[in-house]
Design a protein around this ligand. Structure first.
Ligand code: AMP
Length: 460
């Protein structure tokens, strides 16, 4: 049997030490199946999904051969969405902590070109981006791919579904022929095989099962009537009292309906669906991630590719039409060592869908009774944090340390009372413990940060 220890791989010691410090004690299935060949320079076609550890599979392949002393683009990762690109860049940065001075730049749409061009001019080793924006940079000749030795197409099926074929072909052509190419795709149908065949040279093909380990996710199904569906979500929240719950709906309309209902009942709920503006999406996601909203109500499309972690609960408000999607949804809870909880509401009309899930899981569905979900004590379900928005960002050269310093310095708060800090071009967001939020606003508003006074407000 092959060993799944990272130490069996020909990786430099600092990279191995860093993996241990990240808590990656052994390789995931996709890593064990692909890394030996990847580190040997082979091309790869991998069928694997988010959550499988695929980013580290190609990330380590990239980092093993990067030359930190040469500040040209040596690796390019193409992703379908901005969220995935951000997530991939973040994971590569974590993996690269062990190597001095590796610059990872994300080039995605919806943000100004100027700063991206600036970052490229300063030198970037690794570029992670979306096809449209990458093509823009190629047209303007602000991106030079002639030094790329590793090319990754992540979620290739999705990029093709989104109609990015032409852009992808153009970008691949801008890379040298002599390179290593890795293609990751959740599915690998004939059309994608055809389109991508010319990009790859004798690729190794690996496939890992998409099924999550059932033992790590406690799953229950509940029968409801269509009229009682929204009420049942309330009952679940009152009984489980999660800090972060993701509620899946099949349609945007249902998302809107549910979020309105939950807000009216006093829950801190936000909705994420397809046609929101990038700015709104960013803000919703960060408020959920920084724990100042309890429930994120989302469609599958909107939630795809998002790395939302530490979820203590997933609620399927509607049963998915596709059993694979169901498995993917519930896989969002219980990552790592934690046991997750996934509850699904089903009406009589869902019988066929439930049959598919049952067949897919090779196990009977565990049915629970809604009556058994009693409201737990504790009053209204409040998120532990509140988000403070400050009208200044990267443009004013604000950094997390400046905000943390202002809050823990003169204002006198403890570092542990401050949560995640997100900084954008023109504004930034600081998560504050609920109990100190008003006080922090009062103390911070009159202060100067980086020599300047900023407008700020708490986002309710
Ligand atoms: P991905 O499929 O790349 O989105 O990875 C899913 C999650 O698994 C990420 O949060 C990674 O940080 C984490 N991860 C990747 N490889 C390992 C590993 N070998 N051991 C533990 N966690 C890992």
């Amino acid at each position: 049997m092959k060993s799944d220890a990272f130490s069996t791989l020909p990786l430099p010691a600092p990279l191995l030490d860093n993996l241990a410090s990240l808590g990656y004690s052994k390789m995931t299935a996709i890593q064990a199946a692909s890394l030996p060949a990847v580190l040997d320079g082979r091309d790869l076609i991998a069928q694997a999904k988010t959550g499988s550890g695929k980013t580290a599979a190609f990330g380590l392949g990239i980092l093993a051969k990067i030359n930190p002393r040469w500040f040209g683009v040596q690796a390019l990762v193409l992703c379908p969405t901005r969220e995935l690109a951000d997530q991939v860049a973040q994971e590569i940065r974590r993996l690269a902590r062990a190597i001095d001075n590796i610059k990872v730049v994300t080039l995605t749409g919806g943000t100004p070109m100027g700063p991206q061009i600036g970052s490229l001019e300063h030198g970037a080793h690794i570029v992670v981006g979306t096809p449209g924006r990458l093509q823009d940079h190629l047209f303007r000749e602000t991106l030079n791919l002639s030094g790329v030795s590793t090319l990754v197409l992540d979620e290739a099926d999705r990029m093709v579904d989104m109609g990015f074929i032409e852009e992808i072909v153009g970008i691949v052509r801008a890379c040298p022929r002599n390179r290593q190419t890795m293609l990751f795709s959740a599915t690998y149908p004939e059309n994608i095989r055809k389109i991508t065949a010319s990009f790859l040279r004798q690729p190794l093909e690996v496939k890992v099962e998409a099924l999550h380990d059932n033992k790590r996710i406690e799953q229950w199904f509940y029968k409801v009537t269509a009229e009682k569906r929204l009420e049942a979500v309330t009952q679940i929240l009152q009984s489980i009292r999660p800090t972060s719950a993701l509620a899946f709906c099949n349609t945007k309309e249902r998302c809107k309906e549910l979020v309105k209902d939950l807000q009216a009942r006093g829950f801190y709920a936000l909705a994420l669906y397809g046609d929101l503006e990038q700015r709104e999406r960013d803000q919703i996601l960060l408020r959920f991630a920084n724990k100042s909203a309890t429930v994120l109500v989302a469609t599958d499309v909107a939630a795809r590719g998002l790395d939302i972690k530490d979820l203590d609960l997933v609620v399927n408000v509607d049963v998915s039409h596709d059993p694979e999607v169901h498995i993917h949804r519930i896989g969002r809870t219980g990552r790592g060592e934690e046991i997750g909880l996934a509850l699904t509401l089903a009406t009589e009309k869902d019988e066929k869908k439930l049959g598919l899930i049952e067949a897919y899981q090779h196990a009977d569905l565990p049915w629970g009774k809604l009556e058994d979900l009693k409201a737990a004590p504790g009053g209204p379900l409040l998120p532990p944090m509140i988000t403070l928005e400050i009208n200044g960002g990267k443009r004013e050269k604000l950094r997390p340390g400046d905000l943390l310093g202002a809050l823990t310095g003169d204002a006198g708060f403890a570092g542990s009372q401050i949560g995640k800090i997100h900084i954008f071009e023109f504004n930034c967001f600081v998560a504050l413990e609920r109990a100190i939020a008003e006080d922090a606003l009062a103390k911070l508003s009159p202060c100067k940060i980086k020599g300047k006074q900023f407008k700020m407000r708490l986002i309710a």
